[in-house]
Write a protein of this length. Structure first.
Length: 403
């Protein structure tokens, strides 16, 4: 058990590190003023951090006449985390340093074998990404894995992930930890997307928001008071199962969800086929609507109205100030415009509707946020409970606005 004096020291150390992370390069005097500690206490903490290799002297700043002060910042390559976005068709991995800078990213097709083969693929992909950035693997200390399903914290398996074989029947999280040799957190990918948008995307100024992913599947990551809502089984946000769209009492709706059957990509394609008598892909559907195709226009209008009902449901239950649309369908501007019109017709309170600023990197950015917060807490705030880790925004400008 940590004594009160040691606990106070840890709080002070954590505050100093976060100030350096967010405002560095910064002098000891400025640190003392910012965190509300004595100059002597700050000097002792800074000396210890510098001795341990976590911060480095980076220059001098002008002070009073004839005087200057040494400035410090975090050592970027002192530690790294992995962020992984696992999808049914491809898996992305990124390596992020201690200063929230992405140093490498790799993507490859998801191993269709799933299970242990997939675990090995993820491990190798992350090691290859580290190698690409000349990062010593021993300095990679944590990984966050975004999955298109519901992680079971007790068994380590991933439920409701039909597009990835065998991960629902094994301790997926435990196997990943064994593969990596360090701590791993498996999280729902849409939850991570919500975290990513709030950290370094278009929702950085709000504490109550939802990220709605529209594509093959439909789901939401919901943040209330700055915290992700997970629910009793971790399945909060599985909005494809809302009981409208298709008949919710049909057996198929227990597998895919009534709303997802109608407003997901397969539902949209199927509806167009019913109306037009021919098959198209989702991109073609939007192109046809843009060109004035009556049947495509009907499908987009019906989909927009269903999504507006989904957003109205979220609004009535958790009252978000913003809803961010993502996914291959949600990113389409023409659908956003239709949704906004339909929402105004069915819900009385205003909700700011945005398209994702991070595109298909949103979950990866969220994974970086979770991993870095864990890393900062483990290294600089060990033994402290309920300490909020404030990180600077991710340094990956190429990820913003990229689909």
């Amino acid at each position: 058990m940590i004594g009160s004096r040691s606990l106070s020291r840890q709080f002070s150390r954590s505050a100093v590190v976060q100030a350096i992370a967010s405002a560095g390069p910064i002098s000891r005097a400025s640190l003392a003023k910012q965190v509300g500690l004595s100059k002597q206490t700050v000097s002792e903490i800074v000396s210890g951090l510098e001795s341990d290799g976590w911060i480095i002297e980076t220059g001098r700043t002008a002070g009073h006449v004839g005087r200057s002060a040494t400035t410090y910042e975090l050592v970027p390559d002192a530690a790294f985390v992995c962020g992984v976005d696992l999808g049914g068709t491809k898996v992305r991995a990124a390596i992020i340093d201690l200063t929230c800078t992405v140093v490498a990213e790799l993507t490859e097709p998801t191993d269709p074998q799933g299970g242990t083969d997939l675990v090995q693929q993820i491990g190798q992909l992350c090691r290859n990404a580290a190698l690409q950035a000349c990062v010593d693997w021993s300095r990679v200390m944590f990984a966050t894995i975004g999955v298109p399903g519901v992680p079971d914290q007790k068994s380590g398996s991933v439920k409701m992930a039909p597009n990835i074989d065998k991960i629902g029947d094994m301790d997926f999280a435990g196997a990943l930890e064994a593969e990596f040799g360090f701590g791993v957190q498996v999280e729902n990918d849409v939850n991570l997307a919500a975290i990513g948008e709030q950290w370094s995307g278009c929702a950085s100024e709000v504490d109550n928001m939802a990220f709605v992913s529209l594509g093959t599947g439909i789901g939401a990551g919901i943040i209330v008071g700055g915290q992700i809502i997970r629910g009793a089984m971790g399945a909060a946000g599985e909005l494809g199962f809302l009981p409208f769209g298709a008949d919710p009492f049909e057996p198929s709706s227990l597998r895919a969800g009534a709303l997802e059957r109608q407003a997901g990509s397969f539902g949209m394609i199927g509806r167009y086929s019913e109306l037009a008598g021919k098959d198209v892909q989702v991109k073609e559907l939007f192109d046809l609507a843009q060109a004035g195709d009556e049947h495509a226009d009907i499908v987009l209008e019906e989909t927009a109205r269903l999504v507006a009902r989904l957003i109205a449901t979220i609004g009535a239950v958790v009252d978000p100030s913003m809803v961010v649309l993502g996914g291959s369908i949600g990113q389409r501007r023409e659908l956003q415009e239709r949704i906004e019109v339909a929402l105004a017709d069915c819900f009385p309170n205003p909700i700011d509707i945005r398209r994702s600023a991070l595109g298909n990197h949103a979950a990866l950015v969220g994974g970086a946020a979770v991993g870095l917060a864990h890393l900062h807490h483990t290294i600089f705030a060990a033994g402290l409970n309920n300490v909020e880790i404030a990180l600077p925004q991710l340094s990956a400008p190429a990820w913003r606005g990229v689909a």
